[in-house]
Write a protein that binds this ligand. Structure first.
Ligand SMILES: [Zn+2]
Length: 277
């Protein structure tokens, strides 16, 4: 379904420009567009992001104003360099676009710049006094606030009318058995209504915190044991009251060989998930 713009009549709308795993070829990589009223947040923008955004929405990536990276894998941030260059060298000077805004914690900003983005963005031009380019030459920062007294690391932030809670997940490495021992990776609670796992191993403690009060859950899935995502056979052990409102996402090309009876279904690429008051 194509979009006219990134605005809604005030209701919360979720729109996946991709639902595939990092290695999928039948779908674009799992990147989520959140829209509400005049506000939007593009959650992740992977290697397939620039093409996927145009192909699914009918709009141009130049329309994206706010981005939120969940973690450093290429299927989540692989399109950031292109987006930053499009904005800085075309969008701002020739199209009157605002500077890109990024929702990012202090700690993850440093990691994202030093380990990923710096190589492609630092030397595009020389600034006054020979200064090289820095993160803030490309992005304005929307800083989420750390929430005290929580059992895991949680940040909250409002992007206009959109309320987000970022929670740490246990994604990588495969050997880590808790969020605190793993590399930074975030999932989201959106307006307190929608749970989006981001990339995570099976983590029932996380679901204990969010599943009951969330209207809908979008959960990543893999079809084999071990590794760094939630195996389908583990998600299958969850209570049926959670499974029936859980859409599976970040799925591999052989998804159509899997039995997902009891779940809400496969998350659909290019579908409008609308949440009315
Ligand atoms: Zn990942």
């Amino acid at each position: 379904m194509k979009l006219e713009n990134l605005k809604t009549d005030g209701e919360l709308v979720l729109y996946f420009i991709g639902v595939g795993s990092a290695l999928a070829t039948k779908h674009n990589q799992t990147n989520l567009l959140i829209m509400k009223g005049d506000d939007h947040v593009m959650v992740d923008f992977g290697r397939t992001g620039p093409e996927a955004f145009h192909q699914t929405t009918g709009l141009s990536p130049y329309d994206i104003e706010v981005i939120l990276p969940t973690h450093s894998h290429g299927d989540h941030i692989g399109g950031f360099e292109q987006l930053a260059q499009m904005n800085k060298y075309v969008g701002i000077p020739f199209m009157g676009k605002p500077k890109l805004k990024m929702v990012v914690s202090v700690e993850y900003q440093r990691i994202l710049w030093e380990n990923s983005l710096r190589g492609g963005l630092e030397y595009n031009e020389q600034l006054a006094h020979g200064r090289v380019m820095a993160f803030t030459d490309y992005f304005d920062i929307i800083r989420p606030q750390w929430v005290e007294h929580k059992p895991r690391e949680i940040f909250s932030v409002d992007v206009g009318s959109i309320s987000l809670e970022l929670f740490r997940t246990n994604h990588i490495p495969e050997q880590s058995d808790s969020w605190s021992g793993s590399f930074i990776s975030y999932g989201l609670s959106i307006d307190g209504r929608v749970f989006y796992s981001g990339d995570t191993k099976f983590d029932e403690e996380l679901l204990d915190t969010y599943a009951d009060h969330s209207e809908v859950l979008f959960h990543d899935v893999q079809f084999f044991p071990g590794a760094v995502h939630a195996p389908l056979y583990s998600l299958n052990t969850l209570p049926s009251k959670w499974k029936e409102k859980m859409y599976l996402v970040h799925y591999a090309d052989n998804y159509d060989e899997q039995d997902i009876t009891g779940f809400a279904g496969w998350t659909e690429q290019g579908h409008l998930y609308t949440f009315k008051d």
